[in-house]
Design a protein around this ligand. Structure first.
Ligand code: ZN
Ligand code: ZN
Length: 238
């Protein structure tokens, strides 16, 4: 896929809803960042083959959160690579299809439950719990940045070395349409403004979300700033 303004070693797997990533360091160590919804395994196999990497070269599967479009292939990917799953413990309820959605969002819970059952990923356990500030030894160092709001355990991953923030579903970035996730999908919307400020304070040169049109880390950073101006300073008008 076309990409620019991103550090080397970021590989994309584009699915029907979003993009998940494979990060490869200079020594050939690799981590998957989210696993996609359905259909990605073919691309994942091809990508590793093309890079000359064995499935065992994958050191970890990092989840930004437990929604189905990010963890749909989790069980398969874990079995194929043997890699442990890293995620915030609050996301296990989503992976188990038992997150207590309320109100209009209840249908999300039903869809999530059915989806995980259909994809055979129900109740895949998180192997390593992560939390804000944790330093992970992958891709020359990734820091966990807890960015709750979309879900309680929603996390981004920041590389100081490459000055890039992988922001998960903090926002979606499309031409003419930079937006927060749809309200019905946000479990703790009251926490979103603080998470936007947190990402702003990190001040990364590049941002890579999970739902976007083209991979351009500087473009996504600029769009993020525009969104923050709208949401944080314009108040309800945004
Ligand atoms: Zn999500
Ligand atoms: Zn998503």
């Amino acid at each position: 896929m076309f990409q620019r303004n991103v550090p080397p070693g970021i590989h994309t797997i584009r699915g029907i809803m979003g993009v998940c990533h494979l990060l490869v360091d200079a020594a050939g160590g690799a981590v998957f960042l989210d696993t996609g919804l359905v259909g990605e395994p073919v691309q994942m196999r091809w990508l590793l083959h093309r890079l000359g990497l064995a499935p065992r070269a994958v050191q970890a599967i990092l989840l930004t959160h437990g929604h189905l479009d990010h963890a749909g292939n989790l069980r398969w990917l874990k079995r194929w690579t043997g890699a442990p799953v890293y995620a915030h413990p609050a996301e296990q309820a989503h992976l188990d299809g038992r997150y207590p959605y309320s109100g209009f969002a209840r249908w999300c819970g039903r869809l999530e439950r059915v989806g995980y059952a259909v994809l055979g990923s129900t109740a895949t356990p998180i192997d390593r719990s992560i939390g804000d500030g944790d330093e992970l030894p992958f891709w020359d160092g990734l820091q966990v940045v807890h960015l709750p709001g979309h879900t309680e355990g929603h996390c981004g991953f920041y590389s100081a070395r490459h000055d890039v923030l992988f922001s998960g579903d903090l926002f979606a970035s499309y031409f003419f349409n930079v937006h927060l996730p749809p309200p019905i999908l946000n479990s703790r919307p009251e926490l979103i403004p603080a998470s936007l400020r947190r990402a702003q304070a990190l001040n990364p040169r590049y941002i890579v979300p999970q739902h976007y049109d083209i991979l351009d880390g500087e473009l996504h950073r600029r769009r993020f700033d525009t969104l923050c101006r709208r949401k944080l300073f314009a108040g309800a008008r945004g």
